[in-house]
Design a binder for this molecule. Structure first.
Ligand code: ADP
Ligand code: MG
Length: 696
């Protein structure tokens, strides 16, 4: 029987395939250029391109594409056939090094936030040789970055690669400071846990809101929700299990290490987590995972919903971003270690992250801002909009002891000195791992729980990498000339923790007390996406991006424009969809129903004179009153939606948030009440109960 090991990575032009198919010297040069981050020589590129093409053609490919990640958050591709005509009406299959290295999609319609003027509408894609090429749908996919000819960044990948480089080189300096000269490079690692919903394809097809906006804009709660907690880790239904098997197989063929799968808290909600990988590869793999989740769902009669809040009243979906740093010698830098030197080094990295998150709370929050995520953050199912960190009791005690210049739980006679004493052991799976924290230390990595399920994890990782790079750079400057490294490290850890401990919160983040406490501590509470986005262009943030060459000031502003526009457009489409559903299906259906009831009453009364039809009469009048209210609310919604069109950028986003979102809530409230008194057969949409509980 064929086993996973036989087909794992069979659609990937991976290291093993390259070793097999490339001339030895070319393979070696390619690997060296990749590890040195240099430009690829054209003769090497020609040879690699040819080997790639032969491999792909043998596997049935006819086309190749430069696969890139524009600022829309999804991936983009334009396919080119390998064929080139020769005499006699024949074709040759060709693929040159030039075509491999650089592509020129006529991509003038991607958002650029005003960076590309019409005179320079073109951008180009550049091969990212650190992420393997792969085959999908008979096409060779080449992972690339997307830039404009003026060098401005137009995608999500280029800044990600830059941020990885920034944090890696700063981390390396620190590691060397601690005498680990065997370490030649440091990489950032990410493991994104992906949540999703599966519902029946037929129900999906009946709802314009799901089709056009990814979430239900209307729908009364079902009598049963998630209160029984009977879905979480429950046995997986047969049809869903078949889907998961099929999905895993597709992912494994693409070399994606899909590892765990289970049911989540909400009915119909599930999760998939891969084994972590180098950040850019993890990002590429997560984009592919999301795409395949949707595609495989169709084969199984499902629709896969990746929206942050497909259903009101039940948990939404997030994407936990597990983040760490690891050396080429295989050491995880967020692993506390078991000797004084490693402990001290670990604490330096730890307090660098603490300082980074405190000083750049705004950017962390900004990196998870979207219309969809606004429904989730703070909804007692996901962290609040306030950024804080969880360290766990043991680690917290260690930092408190260092800060208070006292012994740890009486373990030493004198106060803790880093580089001399050994830290107490932290239980790996400490039971109080706080699930409510936005950014939790989980033993040897940080888990950022705020990103939404539909996000590209590129954005959050650009921010984490850059802010940590910033603090590590500062630390290196402070430590590099120290005569007594241990003393300098102890002082630095102590002072940094003391100055930034307000960001550490080990309690329940879902509680109302925390909101008050956080305010007292001076932490930011940026409740909505537009509020969060405004902080992106703060001077200190523009400076930060400039210092590390992540974004130029122009690029920061262009991204700010795009993010605001994306927010406004998303809500705009939702508002139009909602009005359409109410005007063209709900009101007509209810009007017809109440007319039918009314004629029934007339008929009954004439058949039996003196008959009282009180209940039915009251129902007819309530229905009519609901229709009146609905049309009034829709009128208001349409008015504010029209008004918003007069505005632009951040002003439009704020107006959208303050006027359109509440107007939509008002419509929904009436419609959901109405749904509950209308004959089930008459209501034009599948109900929550049907969608969430009838998948077998
Ligand atoms: P939980 O549900 O408890 O958060 P999971 O096992 O579902 O845990 O997910 C943990 C994720 O963290 C996995 O994707 C895993 O690969 C990832 N991970 C583990 N170690 C690291 C690391 N050093 N760097 C980045 N991600 C990691
Ligand atoms: Mg998790």
């Amino acid at each position: 029987m064929e086993t996973v090991a036989d087909y794992f990575g069979c659609l990937v032009f991976n290291d093993e395939t390259m070793r097999e198919r490339l001339p030895k010297d070319i393979y070696r040069t390619l690997m060296k250029t990749i590890s040195d981050g240099k430009d690829i020589d054209i003769t090497v590129a020609n040879s690699v391109a040819n080997a790639m093409k032969n491999w792909a053609v043998e596997k049935g490919c006819t086309h190749f594409t430069h696969w890139f990640q524009p600022m829309t958050g999804i991936t983009a591709e334009k396919h080119d056939a390998f064929i080139s005509p020769v005499s006699g009406g024949k074709v040759l299959l060709e693929f040159s090094g030039k075509e491999l290295i650089k592509g020129e999609p006529d991509a003038s319609s991607f958002p650029s936030g005003g960076i590309r003027a019409t005179f320079e509408a073109r951008g180009y894609t550049a091969w990212d040789p650190t992420s393997y090429a792969f085959i999908k749908d008979d096409t060779l996919y080449i992972p690339t970055a997307f830039c404009s000819y003026t060098g401005d960044v137009l995608d999500k990948k280029t800044p990600l690669l830059r941020s990885m480089e920034a944090v890696s080189s700063e981390a390396l300096k620190i590691v060397h400071l601690f005498g680990r000269y065997d370490v030649k490079s440091v990489r950032t690692t990410v493991g994104p846990e992906q949540e999703y919903f599966l519902i029946d394809k037929d129900d999906y097809a009946k709802r314009e809101d799901l089709i056009l906006t990814g979430r239900t804009l209307l729908g009364a709660r079902s009598p049963k929700g998630q209160e029984m907690d009977d879905h979480y880790f429950g046995s997986i239904r047969t049809r869903v299990a078949a889907y998961m098997r099929d999905l895993d197989k597709e992912l494994w063929k693409l070399g994606i290490n899909a590892k765990t799968r289970h049911n989540e808290v909400a009915p119909c909600q599930h999760e998939l987590a891969p084994v972590f990988a180098t950040t850019n590869i993890a990002v590429d793999h997560n984009q592919l995972t999301m795409e395949l989740m949707k595609k495989v769902a169709e084969r199984h009669g499902f629709a896969c919903l990746l929206h942050e809040k497909p259903f009101a009243g039940v948990n939404g979906s997030g994407k936990h971003n597990n983040w760490s740093l690891s050396t080429d010698t295989g050491v995880n830098l967020l692993e506390p270690g078991d000797n004084p030197r490693d402990n001290a080094q670990f604490l330096i990295f730890l307090v660098a992250v603490i300082k980074a998150v405190d000083e750049y709370q705004d950017l962390m929050r900004c990196s998870v801002a979207s219309a969809g995520n606004d429904h989730r953050l703070g909804g007692h199912e996901a962290p609040p909009a306030i950024v804080s960190m969880f360290l766990g009791t043991e680690l917290n005690e260690v930092l408190e002891a260092i800060a208070g210049e006292r012994a740890i739980n009486g373990q030493f006679k004198s106060s803790m000195e880093l580089g001399v004493h050994v830290l107490p052991k932290f239980p790996k799976d400490s039971t109080d791992r706080n699930r409510t924290s936005p950014f939790a230390f989980t033993g040897n990595k940080f888990e950022f729980r705020m990103p939404g399920s539909s996000f590209s994890v590129s954005g959050p990782n650009i921010i984490i990498n850059t802010i940590v790079a910033k603090e590590l750079r500062g630390f290196y400057e402070e430590l590099k000339d120290a005569t007594d490294l241990n003393a300098a490290v102890t002082k630095l850890v102590r002072e940094t923790y003391k100055a930034h401990k307000r960001i550490v919160f080990n309690g329940n983040n879902y509680s109302d007390e925390w909101v008050k406490e956080a305010e007292k501590r001076g932490l930011l509470n940026l409740e909505s996406a537009p509020d969060a986005l405004d902080t992106f262009i703060a001077d200190k943030n523009i400076e930060l991006f400039k210092e590390f060459g992540i974004f130029s000031p122009v690029e920061v502003h262009s991204r700010y424009e795009i993010l605001n526009e994306e927010y406004s457009k998303t809500v705009h489409i939702e508002a139009l969809t909602m009005a359409d559903m109410v005007n063209r299906k709900i009101i007509p259906a209810v009007a017809e129903y109440s007319a039918r009831l009314a004629s029934g009453i007339v008929a009954k009364k004439s058949a039996v004179p003196g008959l009282s039809c009180e209940a039915e009469e009251s129902l007819v009048s309530r229905l009519t009153s609901y229709i009146d209210q609905l049309s009034e609310k829709i009128g208001k919604l349409t008015a504010v939606t029209d008004e918003s069109m007069k505005l632009e950028g951040s002003a439009r986003a704020h107006y959208t948030r303050n006027s359109i979102v509440p107007a939509m809530e008002e419509v929904r409230k009436i419609s959901d009440e109405l749904e509950l008194i209308v004959d089930r057969k008459v209501w034009p949409y599948p109900t929550y109960g049907e969608m969430l509980f009838y998948v077998r």
